[in-house]
Design a protein around this ligand. Structure first.
Ligand SMILES: Cc1cc2nc3c(=O)[nH]c(=O)nc-3n(C[C@H](O)[C@H](O)[C@H](O)COP(=O)(O)O)c2cc1C
Length: 251
């Protein structure tokens, strides 16, 4: 398990979250934490590969799970972590003849992401200050074919000396779960089953609204059909908005 810390500090809140997760990993699994500030990497220049990136790439290849921890700076992913992803781009993915990217050597590894902010839990829940940080990590990892295990967020970090006990326990729990991450994780069947139940549930709600609010025109197939489609569409829009915009952890 490889922890990657992309913060200005290696003894701050982000590090404490990362260390708490790593503490849950059992002895049978090897762990290592790299603090990116200790690695003065530069972008590769054509065939001239940066030796520091070589070293980091090797560590990433040798590990099965990455714990990616970086604070939210100015509403986005901390620069050091972003720069690391930018410099690693050529190595994280394979390019086709049009410049399109495809998962390559890191495919089917796993990652857990961590971010934090000064903003309080309620404000972050409402405004999603940390969303962009998670989104950036997810975008890079999904391009590389790396599978997400979970994301952890810490709010209220201003003046924080120790992690709240509940947060420490959550980190520990997820660290323990990393021990049993499967090598291959094809969740396609699970997604189709989820989709089935989502559609069944939405159809039920749609028909409930139609009948409950007497929105079923007494006659005419097309009118009934139109009423169903409009209600279903609104519900689908809300559900998709929730899963694509609001789904990140905020508290
Ligand atoms: C340069 C910088 C920018 C930050 N920007 C934000 C921000 O926009 N919103 C926020 O809630 N917290 C912000 N923070 C707080 C960080 O997200 C983080 O919670 C804090 O630095 C503690 O993490 P650390 O101890 O690992 O450094 C910022 C901190 C720094 C140093």
């Amino acid at each position: 398990m490889l922890g990657i810390l992309g913060s200005h500090r290696n003894d701050g809140a982000t590090d404490k979250m990362l260390e708490a997760v790593m503490a849950g990993v059992q002895k049978a699994n090897e762990t290592e934490v790299v603090y990116l500030e200790d690695y003065p990497f530069k972008p590769d220049q054509g065939d001239k590969k940066d030796p520091v990136l070589d070293e980091l790439e090797q560590k990433m290849l040798e590990s099965d799970v990455w714990v990616l921890a970086a604070p939210t700076y100015w509403g986005g992913l901390a620069g050091k972590m972003k720069d690391f992803f930018d410099c690693m781009r050529q190595r994280l993915v394979r390019f086709d003849h049009t410049g399109g990217t495809h998962p390559d050597r890191f495919k089917d590894k796993h990652y857990l992401s961590i971010t934090d902010c000064y903003t309080g839990a309620f404000e972050n829940w409402v405004t999603g200050v940390t969303d962009q940080s998670f989104r950036t990590i997810d975008k890079v990892m999904s391009a590389a074919g790396v599978i997400k295990v979970h994301e952890l967020v810490l709010t209220n970090t201003w003046g924080l000396k120790e992690l709240p006990e509940s947060k420490k326990q959550t980190c520990l729990k997820w660290g323990q779960r990393l021990n049993s991450v499967k090598k291959r994780d094809d969740s396609t069947l699970k997604r189709y089953i989820e989709l089935f139940f989502m559609i069944a549930f939405m159809a039920l709600i749609t028909m409930g609204i139609q009948f409950g609010f007497k929105l079923v025109p007494s006659q005419g197939f097309w009118l009934r059909y139109a009423s169903f489609v409009v209600i279903f569409y609104v519900l689908l829009g809300c559900i998709l908005h929730f899963f694509t915009v609001v789904k990140h952890r905020r508290r």
